[in-house]
Design a protein around this ligand. Structure first.
Ligand SMILES: NC(=O)c1ccc[n+]([C@@H]2O[C@H](COP(=O)([O-])OP(=O)(O)OC[C@H]3O[C@@H](n4cnc5c(N)ncnc54)[C@H](OP(=O)(O)O)[C@@H]3O)[C@@H](O)[C@H]2O)c1
Length: 251
């Protein structure tokens, strides 16, 4: 087993579920300390329990700037400076363009774009030089399905931030990269509003069959890529996008 995170402190938003939780487990297993943030108090508590003593949890809604401010302030008080951030909290709904509502649009942009931007802005002052930041984009940011029009636009914005923040903070020694998962088997697909109810199973089957590997990826497969980008092994990589997509956007 690698031991790339000994003595390192990493903040993970959306660390109480799916890809974020798998990444938290990976970092702890490699000697690191994680602080996970999310909205759901119950899953935060369960995740912290499973992660063990080298973990902490803070409730935060990244759709609310005051909540982000309070969370980063609390991180600073509890553990001091960070060595890494996985800005991963996000939501997804898929709808035909003519069916998208203003509420759905605002909520996806509010959490995925505005929430992520201000998570980075507020966390940067408590990051050590040499830190690495990974943001969660998606294959939807660079593909052309109409049902992903809003979600894909949010993820293209996230991908852009890996470049612009890298440009702005390279002189402070902070790197930013994007990870872009393809279809990954996590609770996001079943969350209310994600897919129209009756089509969840049919959509999941179609998505798996459309992938070159004929399957969904696992949260652990994404976590392995994120851990690489968060570690010093990727020290000469910044502003990049790493796809973990079974090849669906590549071949
Ligand atoms: N699964 C896929 O196929 C896939 C593909 C491409 C990209 N992604 C991206 O991967 C990221 C993680 O998703 P996942 O697949 O692991 O799904 P997930 O299991 O549903 O996890 C989403 C996480 O985001 C958190 N979150 C959502 N809204 C939040 C808010 N307003 N404030 C704080 N936390 C919030 C959730 O916490 P609470 O439960 O506490 O709300 C949860 O921990 C997302 O950005 C998603 O867009 C997923």
């Amino acid at each position: 087993m690698l031991n790339r995170f000994t003595g390192k402190k990493i903040l993970i938003t959306g660390g109480n579920s799916g890809i974020g939780f798998a990444t938290a487990k990976r970092i702890v297993s490699e000697g690191g300390t994680v602080i996970i943030a999310g909205r759901n108090q119950k899953t935060l508590r369960q995740a912290k329990e499973e992660l063990g003593p080298n973990s902490d949890a803070i409730q935060c809604d990244v759709g609310d700037l005051k909540s982000i401010d309070a969370m980063t302030g609390e991180v600073g008080r509890r553990i001091g400076k960070l060595d890494g951030l996985f800005a991963n909290a996000g939501i997804a709904t898929f709808r035909a363009i003519e069916e998208v509502t203003e509420q759905e649009f605002d909520s996806m942009f509010g959490i995925n774009v505005k929430g992520l931007f201000f998570t980075l802005q507020k966390a940067i002052p408590i990051m050590n030089s040499g830190s690495s930041v990974v943001v969660t984009s998606s294959v939807a940011g660079s593909s052309g399905r109409g049902s992903s029009s809003v979600y894909g636009a949010t993820k293209a914005a996230v991908r852009s931030m890996a470049r612009t923040f890298s440009g702005a903070y390279v002189s402070r020694g902070i790197r930013f990269n994007a990870v872009s998962p393809g279809p990954i088997d996590t609770p996001i697909w079943e969350r209310s509003g994600g897919l129209p109810g009756e089509s969840v199973e049919a959509t999941k089957k179609f998505v798996a069959e459309s992938n070159p590997t004929k399957r969904y990826g696992t949260a652990e497969e994404v976590a392995a890529a994120v851990a690489f980008l968060l570690s010093s092994e990727s020290s000469y990589i910044l502003g990049s996008e790493l796809f973990v997509d079974g090849g669906v956007n590549q071949i």
